[in-house]
Design a protein around this ligand. Structure first.
Ligand SMILES: Cc1ncc(C[n+]2csc(CCOP(=O)(O)OP(=O)(O)O)c2C)c(N)n1
Ligand SMILES: [Mg+2]
Length: 401
C-alpha cells in the first residue's frame, strides 16, 4: 500500500533555554514555507505492514515478498531482536568504560535488517558507522564491530570476507567509494550490485551529490540507501532539505522511493526491487527509509537538549519489532516457544559480547605508526621517537624517579 506519509511534524520543543525554544519556532516557520520549484505534492510512503502489524497490499512491491515463508518471517524477527540486544549491550559496555564510544541503531532495526537481507552474497555493502544490523545480515561477527569503538584496532574485519566495507566516519564519503566500486562491477560485466548506506545529514554533503551524478551518468549498479532517522546529531531534517529526500533523485535522473523504515517487509521488498534494477543494468536508485533514531546520536550525545520527549514517544508506537511480532502472532507464524527460545538466545549473545570485549588485547602502543607510509617517513619517525620518550616518562614515574 502506498500511503500518505506521516511527515507532518509537530513543532519541536527544546528542553531548556528561551533561545533554544525560539530557534525551534523559527525552524517550524521556515519548514512550513513552500520553496519555489517544489511540487507541493505530499510525499508517499511504501508500507506493507502497518504500525498495528496489519499486512497491507502494494501491487508494485508485493511480488518481492510474495514467496516469503513463515520461517523467513521469524528469521527477520530474530535478526531484529538479536541486533537490538547486541546494540543495548554495546551501549551498556560504553557506560561501564569498556568502549570509548557507541553509535546505537535503536529504532532502525527494520531499515537495516530489511535492506541487509535483500542483498545477495556477491553484492557489496558500504556502511556508515551505525549499520550494525546490516553487518549482522552480512555475517560479520558482532563482536568484531566493537574493536574500533574500544580503540584496539582500526576496523575489526576483513571487508572482502563478507563484502562489507569498514565503517566510515567521514560523512557521506562511502557513497563515492560505492559508486566507484559499482562502476568497476559494471566494467567487469558482473551482475552483482552495490549498496551504500548514509543518513539524512549526509545527504547535504557534496560527496553524496557527486556520487549521484557519477552513478547516474555511468549507469552504475548502486542503491543509495538513506536512513532518514530525522536527525543529524542535533540538526533536524528540515535543516538538510526543502523537499522530501527521495525526490532529489529525480533531479539526477534516477528513481527515488520513500519506504516506511520501521516496516521490515517493505524495506526488504523495496531494496530487492532496487538491487534487481541495478543488476539488470538500469542504474542507481535512491531509497529513503523513513525512520527514527530512538536513542542518542552516540553515547557522547544528550538528545534531551534538542528534542522533545513527545516526538520519541510518537515513534515508539511505530516500533519495528513490535509490529512484526503482532503480525507473526496474529497469523500464527510463531508460538510462545519461539519467543522464549529467542529470549534465551538474546541473553547468551549479550553474555558472549561482554566476555569477548573484555578479553580484547590492547594493541602494541607503537602499532599506530605502522602502515602510515609503505617505506617510512621522517615526520613519522620523529613522532615515533617523541611518543617513545613520552612512554618512557611514565616508566620513570612508575619507578618513583
Ligand atoms: C565530513 C564530516 N563532517 C562532519 C562529521 C561529524 N559528524 C559525525 S556524525 C554527523 C551527523 C550525521 O548525521 P546523519 O547523516 O543523519 O547520520 P546519523 O548519525 O543520523 O545516522 C556529523 C555531522 C563527520 N564525521 N564527517
Ligand atoms: Mg540522521
Amino acid at each position: 500500500m502506498t500511503v500518505e506519509s506521516t511527515a507532518a511534524r509537530k513543532p519541536r520543543r527544546s528542553a531548556g533555554t528561551k533561545s533554544a525554544a525560539s530557534a525551534g519556532a523559527k525552524r517550524t516557520g521556515s519548514a512550513a514555507k513552500k520553496s519555489p520549484g517544489t511540487t507541493g505534492a505530499e510525499p508517499e510512503l511504501v508500507q506493507l505492514l502497518t504500525p498495528e502489524g496489519k499486512r497491507v497490499n502494494d501491487a508494485t512491491y508485493d511480488p518481492y515478498v510474495a514467496d516469503i515463508t513463515p520461517e523467513e518471517l521469524r528469521g527477520l524477527y530474530r535478526d531484529m531482536v538479536l541486533t537490538r540486544r547486541f546494540d543495548a549491550e554495546a551501549t551498556s559496555l560504553q557506560r561501564q568504560g569498556e568502549l570509548g564510544l557507541w553509535a546505537s541503531l535503536l529504532g532502525q532495526e527494520a531499515a537495516q535488517i530489511g535492506s541487509g537481507r535483500a542483498t545477495r552474497e556477491d553484492d557489496y555493502v558500504f556502511p556508515t558507522y551505525r549499520e550494525h544490523g546490516v553487518a549482522w545480515c552480512r555475517g560479520v561477527d558482532p563482536t568484531n564491530l566493537l574493536g574500533m569503538f574500544r580503540g584496539v584496532n582500526n576496523g575489526g574485519w576483513d571487508p572482502n570476507s563478507n563484502n562489507f566495507h569498514l565503517y566510515t566516519i567521514v560523512i557521506g564519503s562511502q557513497t563515492l567509494h560505492a559508486t566507484g566500486y559499482a562502476m568497476g562491477v559494471a566494467k567487469d560485466g558482473a551482475d552483482s550490485a552495490v549498496i551504500a548506506y548514509f543518513g539524512d545529514g549526509a545527504s547535504s554533503q557534496g560527496d553524496v551529490a557527486e556520487s549521484f551524478t557519477f552513478s547516474a551518468v555511468y549507469n552504475a549498479p548502486v542503491v543509495f540507501f538513506c536512513q532518514n532517522n530525522q536527525w543529524a546529531i542535533s540538526e533536524p531534517t528540515e535543516k538538510q532539505t526543502r523537499v522530501p529526500l527521495y525526490q532529489r533523485a529525480q533531479g539526477f535522473g534516477f528513481p527515488g522511493v520513500r519506504v516506511d523504515g520501521n516496516d521490515v517487509l517493505a524495506c526488504l521488498a523495496v531494496t530487492k526491487w532496487a538491487l534487481e534494477r541495478a543488476r539488470r543494468g538500469e542504474g542507481p536508485t535512491l531509497v529513503e527509509a523513513y525512520t527514527y533514531r530512538m536513542g542518542a546520536h552516540t553515547t557522547s550525545d544528550d538528545p534531551t537538549k534538542y528534542r522533545a520527549d513527545e516526538e520519541r514517544e510518537s515513534w515508539e508506537a511505530k516500533d519495528p519489532i513490535l509490529r512484526l511480532r503482532t503480525y507473526l502472532e496474529a497469523s500464527n507464524h510463531a508460538d510462545e516457544g519461539f519467543f522464549a527460545e529467542l529470549e534465551a538466545e538474546s541473553e547468551a549473545l549479550g553474555k558472549r559480547v561482554r566476555e569477548v570485549v573484555r578479553a580484547m588485547p590492547d594493541p602494541d602502543h607503537f602499532a599506530i605508526f605502522e602502515n602510515v607510509y609503505a617505506d617510512g617517513h621522517a615526520l613519522v619517525d620523529e613522532e615515533r621517537a617523541q611518543f617513545a620518550a613520552y612512554q618512557a616518562s611514565f616508566a620513570d614515574a612508575g619507578e618513583g624517579k
